[in-house]
Design a binder for this molecule. Sequence first.
Ligand code: GLY
Length: 362
Amino acid sequence: MLFCKTSTSLMKEIKANNYSIYFSSSGYRELDLFIKANNYSQIFIHLDDNTKKHCLEVFLKQIQKFNFKKILSKPGEKNKNIQSCVQLWDKLSLLSGDRKSLILNLGGGVVGDMGGFIASTFKRGIDYINIPTTLLSMVDASIGGKTGIDLGILKNQIGTFYDPKMVIVDPLYLETLNKNELISGYAEIFKHSIISSSEIFDKLISTNTDINFNNLQTIRDSIKIKNEIVLVDKKENKERKALNFGHTLGHAIESYFLDSKTRLLHGEAIAIGIVLASHISSKLFGFSSQKLNSIKSHILSIYNKVLFNKNDIDRIIKLLVHDKKNSHGKINFILIKDIGKPVYDIEVDNNLIIEAFKYYSI
Ligand code: GLY
């Protein structure tokens, strides 16, 4: 059993803004105490078809019995939209949800982002807890209080900042994932190291293809990095923008492929965005070409190379205007001077973006 071998320091909670992030069995103990201490009128478990099938039983085995009702949403980014929210709000209402209800989001980024969003808006805000079941949502989406949904193909355009009451991270759920989903989450782990820690960056680069994606130490280190950034800048006025490294082009690439036959997971698009942003960083801020090449070869040792033609690149560049970091009509990139040294709100010429795609493609 995974958690029997886990050392106490790895299990220690991480304090976030107004809540804590708990690990493995300690998380379920805290959840039991939390449910006992708060007199919720109703507890809803928000799931999708996949987590209902693969994770609900695992979750229920870990906690003491309590009464709950299930609310289901359809899986996948294409369902992270207002229509799904209307169905969930209707369901909550139909099942007599009131202001003293609690939602437990058991799932990946879509369940967490959308569940957080419906919690933040239903009856002007009810409590919720995230129990992420994918690597991506463990290290990123479930942490930091951002909730949201997509607008058409444009990601996370509608949303709120609304903290969960707690987050429970248990690598047990990762056993239900396929390799592609694990490597999708890894892109955020790698990004966290690039924006903040040479030590973790060097460690990840040196492991290359031997990465153990389920490793609790790696997951915890990554959550700690994100949490520390959110603690200084929750509303993304400055420092939190660093978490968007690789995401300006990454999100545009992800949106572009949502409409095509090629399926690209979030992390696969972000991995490409990381290479592109690192290349632009080398041109504008003298980011070391040796580190740039290490980033590219590390990414390509994990992710399949995606082919882009001129038309693809032109259309991806057009999608950049919708990035949430833009202001006053400018497209703002996050770049790096070095590992752990992000620079914010940088305008980038389209020719540099095209050059970066060339570097990625050769
Ligand atoms: N995923 C980026 C953030 O939470 O700010």
